[in-house]
Design a protein around this ligand. Structure first.
Ligand code: PEP
Ligand code: MN
Length: 359
């Protein structure tokens, strides 16, 4: 090797090492700023500050690199620190497996979310004593441990049946007690949290309220399980952030429910995002439910998709069951009658055993 090149390369190596030291030092200082921003709830990305730095760097640029090249190089450096800080933030999220590697189990009466796979079933809306008790009796005989039923219903039209309210809560509670089941029901309004919590074992926050931060915070102040549905158009990240709202208030009993997202598809009510459910299992430590009823709106799809979800490792599947769906006051087409539920259960039965017991 030409000795002049060798010598200059030695010089380059020395400069590289200095640059590396300076870059690392810069990253540490940027991280210290980032920690303060996190503490204050401020964004790490500050475009005004970036402009300011690029302005003096180009003004003081001695060459030979053009201002454009200097800008590009420094923008990469800024971005690297930002990515680092965001990764750091994510590691601290309470929902994250990096914060808590082991699975969270949520125990509700006889049911354990995160234990043996569960089925949540019951009518879309609580309509009468007869309807609720006959459904609970039927389901409990088949080993279903969690009874659902809406007393406060989020309806697309304000003129549609809005649910029986507190009367419905009482019926749901009584039916669940009579048959030894846990009772999950939706709360839509911060003003109703207290009364719903009085009757329910699990508070459901529905898809339409996943972004209702006041409601999430209120649910976070309770010490009871919360079933958090993914919003109609929410990204997986937004869904996790919604869970974080509850967790950050001190309530660790959050169960995530994927219930289908809105897409251009018209032949199913929503599109089941199974990858979202699996991501929830992998990236969070929380139990995950797949609601195949609202995800599809089509009974013939529910067993195959429940099988797929259970095979993928989710903790529970969720369906709607009504003694006479034709006359149901909401979601007629997606509620199973008793025979349909029996067929559903038969079709998924092998996957309801704990994974270790499956042949
Ligand atoms: C429900 O489970 O009753 C319901 C309304 O579901 P979602 O919020 O997922 O639409
Ligand atoms: Mn429904």
């Amino acid at each position: 090797m030409e000795p002049r090149i060798l010598e200059l390369r030695g010089e380059i190596d020395r400069i590289n090492r200095e640059l590396l030291k300076l870059l690392s030092e810069r990253a540490r200082v940027a991280a210290a700023i980032g920690d303060i921003q996190t503490e204050l709830g401020l964004s790490h990305y500050d475009p005004v500050r970036e402009e300011e730095m690029l302005a003096y760097l180009t003004a003081e640029n001695p060459g030979p690199f053009s201002d454009g090249v200097i800008k590009k190089l420094f923008k990469e450096i800024f971005k690297a620190s930002l990515v680092l800080q965001e990764q750091e933030d994510k590691r601290k999220f309470l929902y994250s497996r990096e914060t808590k590697p082991e699975d969270t189990k949520v125990r509700v009466r006889n049911a354990v979310f995160g234990g043996e796979p569960l089925v949540i079933a019951g009518p879309c809306a609580i309509e009468s004593e007869e309807q609720m008790f006959s459904t609970a009796e039927f389901l409990s005989r088949r080993g279903v441990k969690v009874l659902r039923g809406g007393a406060f219903k989020p309806r697309t039209s304000p003129y549609a049946f809005q649910g029986l309210g507190v009367e419905g809560l009482k019926l749901g509670r009584a039916a669940a007690d009579e048959y030894g089941m846990a009772f999950v029901t939706e709360v839509m309004d911060t003003r109703d949290v207290e009364v719903v919590a009085e009757y329910a074992d699990i508070l459901q926050i529905g898809a339409r309220n996943m972004h209702n931060f006041a409601l999430l915070k209120e649910a976070g102040r309770l010490h009871m399980p919360v079933l958090l549905k993914r919003g109609l158009s929410a990204t997986v990240e937004e869904w996790f952030y919604a869970a974080e709202y509850i967790l950050s208030q001190g309530n660790g009993q959050v169960i995530l429910a994927e219930r289908g997202i809105r897409t251009y598809e018209k032949w199913t009510r929503n599109t089941l995002d199974l990858s979202g459910a699996v991501l929830a299992k992998q990236l969070t430590h929380l139990p995950v439910v797949v609601d195949v009823a609202h995800a599809t709106g089509r009974i013939e799809l529910m067993a195959p998709l429940a099988r797929a979800a259970l095979a993928a490792g989710v903790d529970a599947v969720h369906v709607e069951v009504h003694p006479n769906p034709k006359v149901a006051m909401s979601d007629n087409n997606q509620q199973m009658d008793f025979d349909q539920f029996d067929a559903f259960l038969k079709a998924i039965g092998d996957l309801l055993k704990p994974a270790a017991a499956r042949s």
